[in-house]
Design a protein around this ligand. Structure first.
Ligand SMILES: [Zn+2]
Length: 378
């Protein structure tokens, strides 16, 4: 991240915070906002089995928790289902929807909160691509800056039957204070996790381990395997300068002292690594499918959709009416023509009558002046 994007990223987050503060005060809501909330979560990639996640804006209402991620990037490709998106400058970045979803899972797992109580929001400030898609994740919303104010208000004002546990605010405040200055450590751990994933891909060919996975040690059965760095000797017994990684048991050097070691190394047998069975965050928490939480925004969107459907139906009716009106107008024209035709026929009839009369008259004349004609002819 260069200085410019840090600056604009911070500006974006400030803008979102200003809107949040404004909406919360305008609606008279009781909320707590935590900015750049850092918390630890269990991960096979962490040196001591833990990594950190940073949430841009964490908002607590009496009923729900909102995890808000602000992105101040302009994308040229941003399919919600793709694992990575492409920036305008062709750089590849991870899909912020997936990133935020993983933050939510880690948060829910660490805080023991049902996922239905936590709603995620991604604010794409510049965007660059049109967002007509809906998120592949349940209880997740993607907003642009133009609709953020209105929509976040409807989300924050949502209620349900159960209020959040009062002790939750205390726990979150404690974590917020404890890890406030851990941004550098967090970024350092992220970089290390990325390096480890890259190494696994290079040695194994692919990496199926998720950041939120853990691996239970199959030797002592109580420890968890996590990554450690080591400097290895090559087959020629020369010290290699590059850092290498191994999975070691968390009970190593402790009273149980478990020495289970799995290397991620080209020069070593990787069978053990391939036979690992990670425990996913879903499995650890016994999570099934996440249920949809109905928010005020969902109600309003549903109403809006109904209105739009009605509008469309009305428009269709209007078109039909227009069509029948045109048809009726044509029928009217026909009637007019028919009348004219009738009139014409009547006229013809009366002319015929007149003609017949004339002929009759002529006959009379013939009789009257028969002789005369006769004489003239002669
Ligand atoms: Zn062990």
């Amino acid at each position: 991240m260069d200085d410019y994007s840090v600056k604009t990223g911070q500006e974006g987050e400030n803008l979102v915070e200003d809107i949040l503060t404004k909406v919360i005060s305008a609606l008279g809501l009781s909320c707590n906002i935590f900015s750049n909330f850092i918390f630890p979560f269990e991960s096979v990639f962490g040196e001591n089995g833990y990594m950190y996640a940073e949430i841009d804006k964490l908002v607590l209402t009496p009923f729900f928790i909102f995890i808000i991620e602000v992105k101040n990037e302009c994308y040229s490709k941003a399919d919600y289902n793709d694992t990575s998106w492409i920036l305008k400058n062709d750089d590849e970045v991870s899909n912020p929807l997936i990133q935020n979803h993983n933050h939510k899972l880690a948060f829910c797992s660490e805080m023991s909160i049902p996922r239905e109580k936590v709603i995620t929001v991604e604010v794409l400030l510049k965007n660059g691509v049109s967002n007509t898609q809906s998120s592949p994740f349940t209880n997740d919303f993607v907003f642009g800056i133009e609709d953020f104010e209105q929509k976040i208000g409807l989300l924050l004002a949502s209620t349900d039957n159960d209020q959040l546990d009062k002790t939750l605010l205390t726990s979150i405040s404690d974590i917020s204070r404890k890890y406030k200055d851990k941004t550098d450590t967090h970024i350092e751990k992220l970089k290390k996790a990325e390096k480890r994933q890259t190494r696994i891909r290079r040695v194994i060919g692919h990496c199926t381990l998720q950041r939120t996975d853990i691996i239970v040690c199959n030797k002592c059965k109580t420890g968890k395997l996590c990554f450690r760095e080591y400097r290895a000797k090559s087959s020629e017994a020369q010290i290699r300068n590059s850092t290498h990684y191994l999975l070691g048991c968390s009970n190593y050097g402790k009273s149980i002292n478990c020495d289970r070691t799995i290397y991620v190394d080209k020069d070593k047998d990787s069978t053990d690594f391939l036979n690992l069975t990670p425990v996913t965050i879903e499995q650890r928490n016994g999570w099934g499918d996440e249920m949809k939480t109905i928010t005020l925004l969902d109600h309003v969107s549903e109403l809006q959709a109904t209105i739009n459907r009605e509008k469309a139906a009305n428009e269709q009716l209007r078109d039909q009416l227009q069509y029948y009106k045109a048809k009726a107008a044509r029928a009217e024209k026909c009637k007019e023509l028919e009348a004219k035709l009738k009139e014409a026929y009547n006229q013809i009839d009366s002319l015929q009558n007149k003609l017949d009369e004339e002929i009759e008259n002529n006959k009379k004349y013939k009789k009257l002046f028969g002789n005369l004609f006769y004489r003239k002819k002669k």
